[in-house]
Design a protein. Structure first.
Length: 312
């Protein structure tokens, strides 16, 4: 059945039962607006848009994959503030000829990714559009801690990373060259593995700044450097190259550090911590904060690309 055959309310009727109800949801889908409790008294909010052909391709990703990716892009931003995600809002613009089963799969992916952090989709909107577009807004709760911003890094701080990096970018390159393996890299592109709990943990550990690495490590570290008026030096030897990534890079003629330092879509969290901070193993030091400005690699300017730009 196409979405045109189901109609707007038929589409909504097929999606809503798949979304579930979260603990903080007082009123979910079905009214003019949702009501979500905010125990902390402050609401953390973020939004992100995925456009077919720009951010995903249906021949590369299943509907569930796209749902996971759309949710992760927003939930990671909430975690990067040191908050716990609580709810998502979905705006879905679809071609009327799209099979309604695809929209159901999208809803399943959104609900599954949100469920990893105890959040749910609480409402949204639908519209016909010639271009499949998914806009998600995420809400979060700080649970009594101060938000971790980008402007708190200080000279002497340690730059650390939680989560995998470079895998999704490598998977994108593999897919764009017409291949479907290595599976590790392709699946990383299709579904991020975001360390959501590391965000609130970093806040408790005294992180001075933090960011979701969505567009490339060097570019996103640059946002911290600019906001904090500091320089950041990233150390190449801090990164491990999985065998699959090393082999794929050799076969495709790509410098794997381009994936690690400038690739996006894995959504690890990068944070700065005071010198001497006792960090758990999943927060691995990858650089240092210094006086000055800009981002360098092993003390030198990086001559490759720095990351994704939506308008480039």
């Amino acid at each position: 059945m196409s979405i045109a055959e189901a109609g707007e309310f038929g589409l909504i009727g097929r999606i809503v039962p798949r979304l579930g109800i979260g603990e903080t949801t007082e009123i979910g889908p079905g009214d003019d607006a949702a009501v979500v409790s905010t125990p902390d008294g402050r609401v953390v909010a973020s939004t992100d848009v995925l456009v077919e052909g720009r951010h995903f391709r249906r021949d590369w990703c299943s509907a569930e994959d796209v749902g996971h990716r759309a949710a992760a892009a927003n939930l990671a931003d909430i975690a990067a503030m040191g908050a716990v995600p609580t709810a998502l809002l979905l705006a879905l613009c679809v071609p009327t000829g799209l099979d309604i089963a695809w929209a159901e799969g999208l809803a399943d992916g959104l609900a599954a990714e949100a469920g990893l952090v105890g959040a749910t989709v609480v409402g949204g909107d639908t519209s016909a559009s010639p271009t499949l577009t998914i806009a998600v807004t995420a809400l979060g709760d700080l649970r009594g801690v101060a938000p971790v911003r980008r402007d708190g890094a200080r000279p002497g701080d340690i730059l650390a990373l939680a989560g995998r990096i470079g895998h999704a970018a490598a998977g994108l390159t593999v897919l764009s060259r017409g291949f479907r393996t290595p599976k590790l890299l392709v699946e990383a592109y299709r579904r991020p593995a975001v360390p959501y709990a590391a965000g609130p943990e970093a806040a408790r550990l005294g992180a001075t700044s933090m960011i979701d690495v969505s567009d490339g490590l060097l570019q996103d570290a640059g946002h911290i450097a600019t906001a904090s008026s500091v320089a950041i030096d990233v150390h190449r030897d801090a990164f491990d190259l999985p065998d699959q990534m090393r082999d794929a890079a050799k076969a495709l003629g790509v410098d794997p550090y381009q994936w690690l330092l400038a690739g996006g879509d894995d959504h690890p969290l990068a944070a700065t911590f005071p010198p001497g901070a006792a960090l758990p193993p999943h927060w691995r030091p990858i650089g240092t904060v210094r006086s000055g400005d800009g981002v360098t690699v092993d003390g030198k300017p990086w001559t490759g690309g720095s990351g994704w730009d939506h308008f480039r």
